[in-house]
Design a protein around this ligand. Structure first.
Ligand SMILES: C[S@@+](CC[C@H](N)C(=O)[O-])C[C@H]1O[C@@H](n2cnc3c(N)ncnc32)[C@H](O)[C@@H]1O
Length: 192
């Protein structure tokens, strides 16, 4: 994802649902650009601030993707990594992202999105349904969080539905690529 973002010459970047700032930190390291990380969770933002304490080009804002507190056309790049699954209203969030992107700006979304059921991804579905919640529970002691992860991944729509929603919000030239082992999908959408 970061490689593809670098190729798009990011300058003013909004990292939505930035969580603890894993992607935010990588983006800020790409060069002389300005990155804003947005998340509704104070706890997440505190962790992100700690992670990126030395970076002078990162700013954090508390807020929701469905009501972005920015002027129109404020960014040339918007990123969302493992965030859209959690949005209360994806279509409203996509319209908001479209509003704050400048013309020719690019939206990058990375998300878990299982493929259509087939014998080839049976193992993948078994892993998400049965192995992941148990491993997560054993590793962190947080049973409910990993059940939520399983349920939200399993109920997430197919990538083609997300593409249609992006198109409905006004985006053009929408592509999506499945990454090994077919669970994560990278969407790239342009505002023309
Ligand atoms: C899995 S974490 C994101 C991880 C981070 N982007 C990364 O790559 O490490 C999902 C985040 O979505 C945030 N979130 C949930 N609902 C949101 C919303 N409506 N708008 C923006 N962020 C939201 C949560 O607070 C959480 O920090």
């Amino acid at each position: 994802m970061v490689r593809r973002i670098r190729e798009a010459n990011p300058a003013r970047v909004l990292d939505l649902a930035c969580g603890t700032g894993v992607l935010t930190a990588k983006l800020a390291a790409l060069g002389p650009l300005k990155v804003i990380g947005l998340d509704p969770s104070e706890g997440m933002l505190t962790q992100a601030e700690k992670r990126t304490a030395g970076a002078r080009n990162i700013y954090y804002v508390k807020g929701f993707a469905e009501a972005l507190p920015f002027e129109k056309e404020s960014f040339n790049t918007v990123t969302v990594s493992y965030g859209i699954r959690n949005f209360a209203d994806r279509c409203v969030a996509f319209s908001q992202i479209y509003r704050v992107l400048e013309p020719d700006g690019t939206l990058f979304i990375l998300e878990f999105s299982p493929d259509m059921p087939s014998w080839r991804n049976a193992l993948q579905r078994f892993y998400i349904h049965s192995v992941l919640p148990v491993l997560g529970w054993m590793g962190t002691g947080k049973k409910a969080a990993y059940r939520y992860l399983r349920d939200s991944v399993e109920s997430f729509p197919h990538a083609s539905v997300i593409s249609e929603e992006l198109s409905g919000a006004g985006f053009s030239v929408i592509s999506y690529t499945r990454w090994f082992p077919g669970i994560a999908v990278l969407f790239i959408a342009k505002k023309l």
